[in-house]
Design a protein around this ligand. Structure first.
Ligand code: FAD
Length: 627
């Protein structure tokens, strides 16, 4: 096996030169922000089912969706998320206030003190006298406001939120607020988290394991902000692998439990600009975890995060796959986000990587959890386009196209289909065919969200089930690590286009829920006269301000092609002595010339600058008034 070592020689810009891209890697980069009309015609063809398969998938999807709706009605807890979102107008100050209260209550360990807090701060109205004392009940109001209303609401003041809580009490009295708080708390505490410690989570998982489910544990927490954060995440991952490995007791990567990790948790500077540190500091941690996972033979999955981290993750993955200490082991896992335009090209590259490194990779296919953030970031940065599709149906179509590609490479890929959408599930099931073989593929769902769906999938046909395995993604952690994960889950639940949101509403007929997205996209194309047009309400970043003015353009500093272009532009002018000075200067000797250095590398002299003097300014003003 040949081991590629990244070529990180220093360059003119002071950034390491990117490794020479292989054609498959270059294809990934080229797709990063391609316009949707270029991509959709190909995707639609790849995702098209023959009429029989379409019909079979539709029927199955309908049956499963009906089952989910019935279960949601019967089961109290499964319906909690939706109940909370629907019963309380969470898009209001009341909702924000309620979530703040619930969050505060979560931090109180015993019931008596919790009750005392509600009585003291709500029922009696006395709580207002505590305002101004730190920490405020509403300290996370901005986060909840952003989550629930989609806006950063500056007007969420303590006083305003306090009266919102009083309004709820006034409207429904204490029982209502208790119910709301209780629902919010249970939602936060139980709905999405398998256990506060890995030991507790492993124990809580036993019941579902006995039913045939598998698990992948996720130690809650988000990106490390400091080296100390990263150290503690690494220690938590290590401890978790030991615990999961022992509990696995040799069941192996398919039947046994595994772990999911976030690269951003392992280093505070997980970004392209810090590629040297990522390779020299983050990579050894990743390798250490993978070697430990291999020792226990449990799957180690690298979760997908923001789009600008994808290529860097691929660099790390490639290096990992060629490690001699991991040779022949099939437990390395990676995630593809179907909403990213690069998805299909990443799969081509992964299949090739599996072939080159003589291993089978575990590949989870998701639609992607950071959609709102990706759109916003591209707008803020003034990018030329979006890295994700702008219409949900396009993502659904891309998911099916990617699923087909994954299933077509069984030697190199163990596909793991993570979805809560009954139609997506039914299409995958149909595409994979009726003759399931052990280790062929699996489904995946999130703890607290996918059970009503997958209870119908896991188990023998004799019990009316589909006889396919499902792995539950199981977050582990305490309330103080929960918030960021919860924000993503509630965004998903709250989005009115999401399957889990729509299935909870009886107003949406089941038939509408299980539409083949290829048909949806074609209907749109017929109405609009072209296949693959972007969402009409999501204009390109440059058009953000309408006809008034063009948005300022930014650079994609995670894109190798753009970095190479910047590099080339610098290289073309190595000796240009840049000089900046007032254009209407009165006296060229009045102010001294200053040397300007590259802030990233003080050995690099960019040029010279002469600041404007008051006389220069006067001259410019005089010139302007004459004009
Ligand atoms: P659906 O309701 O069918 O789809 C919702 C999805 O459609 C949204 O999440 C978004 O991706 C997409 N979407 C919505 N609106 C638009 C639009 N206007 N334009 C384009 N696309 C749109 N996510 C990660 O990012 N990284 C991970 O590592 C990860 N791991 C996961 C592991 C498991 C086991 C599971 C179940 C999920 C994981 N997720 C991860 C979350 C996952 O991305 C979401 O749960 C998933 O997108 C929801 O898709 P669905 O098929 O269940 O629902």
């Amino acid at each position: 096996m040949n081991t590629p070592t990244p070529n990180l020689a220093s360059s003119v810009t002071g950034h390491p030169t990117p490794p020479l891209a292989s054609p498959l890697r270059a294809a990934i980069t080229a797709l990063t922000r391609r316009p949707e009309p270029d991509l959709l015609p190909g995707l639609v063809e790849q995702a098209r089912l023959d009429p029989d398969a379409d019909e079979t998938a539709q029927r199955l999807a309908l049956r499963i969706a009906r089952g989910v709706r019935e279960r949601a009605r019967e089961s109290g807890r499964a319906g909690l998320v939706q109940g909370l979102l629907q019963e309380f107008a969470l898009s209001s100050s009341e909702g924000v206030a309620l979530m703040c209260l619930a969050e505060a209550l979560l931090r109180i360990p015993d019931a008596a003190t919790r009750d005392a807090l509600i009585r003291d701060k709500i029922s009696t109205g006395n709580w207002q006298s505590h305002l101004g004392q730190s920490p405020s009940l509403f300290v996370n109001a901005a986060t909840w406001g952003l989550l629930l209303t989609g806006r950063l609401v500056a007007t969420h003041s303590d006083v305003g939120l306090g009266s919102a809580l009083r309004r709820i009490v006034g409207r429904g009295g204490e029982p209502l607020i208790r119910k709301g708080v209780d629902m919010a708390m249970r939602l936060m505490g139980e709905q999405f988290v398998t256990g506060e410690t890995i030991a507790q989570a492993l124990s809580n998982a036993r019941k579902r394991e006995a039913e045939g489910f598998r698990y992948s544990y996720d130690m809650l927490g988000e990106a490390a902000m400091t080296a100390r954060d990263a150290e503690s995440y690494l220690a938590a991952y290590e401890a978790a692998i030991h615990a999961i490995g022992k509990a696995s007791a040799g069941r192996g990567i398919f039947d046994g439990p595994g772990i999911s990790i976030k690269l951003s948790a392992l280093h505070p500077r997980f970004s392209r600009a810090q590629v040297e540190r990522v390779m020299s500091e983050l990579y050894p941690c990743l390798l250490q975890l993978a070697e430990l996972a291999r020792r226990y033979d449990i799957g180690l999955n690298v979760d997908a995060e923001e789009a600008d981290r994808l290529e860097l993750s691929l660099d790390l993955l490639e290096r990992l796959c060629f490690e001699p200490t991991l040779a022949g082991w099939n437990g390395i896992g990676f995630v593809i986000q179907a909403y990213q335009k690069r998805g299909p090209a990443v799969i081509d590259w992964l299949v090739d990587l599996g072939r080159r490194s003589e291993r089978r990779l575990m590949i989870r296919l998701v639609k992607g959890a950071y959609w709102d953030g990706e759109i916003k970031r591209a707008q803020i940065d003034g990018q030329e386009g979006y890295p994700v599709y702008t219409r949900k149906a396009y993502t659904d179509v891309a998911y099916v196209a990617c699923a087909k590609k994954l299933l077509a490479a069984p030697e190199q890929i163990y596909p793991q289909f993570a979805t809560h959408n009954a139609h997506t599930l039914a299409v995958v099931y149909t595409l994979a065919g009726p003759d399931y073989r052990d280790g062929q593929y699996e489904f995946q769902c999130l703890h607290g969200m996918g059970e009503p769906l997958y209870e119908q999938v896991v188990g023998p046909a004799s019990e009316g089930k589909l006889g396919r395995p499902c792995r539950i993604y199981a977050p582990v952690g305490t309330h103080d690590t929960l918030l960021a994960y919860l924000v993503r889950r509630l965004l998903e639940n709250g989005a009115n286009t999401s399957f889990v949101n729509r299935i909870a509403s009886d107003a949406v007929p089941l038939e509408a829920l299980v539409q083949n997205p290829v048909h949806t996209v074609e209907v749109l194309a017929a109405q609009e006269g072209r296949l693959g047009l972007p969402h009409p309400a999501i204009v390109l970043p440059r058009d953000l301000y309408g006809a008034g003015r063009v948005n300022s353009a930014g650079l994609d500093l995670a894109n190798e092609t753009q970095l190479a272009a910047i590099e080339a532009a610098f290289a073309a002018h190595p000796a240009t002595p840049w000089a900046a000075k007032p254009l209407l200067g009165v006296d060229a000797r009045a102010a001294p010339l200053q040397t300007v250095l590259n802030p990233a590398d003080h050995r690099d002299v960019v040029g010279t600058c002469r600041e404007a003097t008051p006389d220069d300014v006067q001259a410019a003003l005089a010139c302007a008034s004459e004009a």
